[in-house]
Design a protein. Structure first.
Length: 166
């Protein structure tokens, strides 16, 4: 007589999966990405308008700025902002990176390592953080949290995200 029960469930060796170790971005990389993003935003949004105002002589001490020049400068800022917003949204949606994060090869992911959605990054990391920035001293305290063991600022904790090497 056979000792194998044909109605028994299949047997297999079960092992715990090894958790993926995420390589957190260091503090200098995050600061560098922030500075690079600020420079990219300035170059794309404000520099064309400033160049126009400088070229027309509108920045001289005695010069008066006419309405057409001011409107053109404003339009250049608006076009630059639209281009910056489009590029940033595209990069964030594709790989959780801004322009600066892409240059420094880091990206934003969920704390479990899964990709962070554009909505999570935009609403929870940025909009909520901006609203919290209305609280006095929040803008000073938020980046200080990066000195914790997990290197998460308050906006990272709110959005359940971390910044890792890409």
């Amino acid at each position: 007589m056979s000792t194998i029960n044909p109605y028994a469930p299949p047997r297999s060796l079960v092992r715990d999966a090894e958790p993926e170790v995420l390589d957190l971005a260091d503090r200098v990389q995050r600061l560098g990405a922030f500075v690079a993003d600020a420079i990219a935003g300035f170059v794309m949004i404000y520099l064309p308008a400033l160049a126009l105002l400088f070229a027309t002589g509108a920045l001289d001490d005695t010069a008066e700025i006419d309405g057409a020049t001011l409107a053109t400068a404003g339009l250049l800022c608006l076009i630059g902002f639209a281009a910056w917003a489009f590029i940033t949204a595209l990069l964030v949606a594709r790989n959780g990176q801004t322009i600066g994060k892409r240059l420094l090869e880091i990206k934003v992911v969920r704390s479990d390592g899964s990709p962070a959605s554009l909505g999570r990054i935009f609403w929870l990391r940025n909009v909520v953080s901006w609203l919290l920035g209305l609280i006095p001293f929040y803008s000073i305290i938020d980046p200080l949290f990066i000195f914790g063991v997990r290197r998460q600022c308050i906006h990272d904790l709110v959005a359940d995200t971390i910044v890792v090497r890409a």
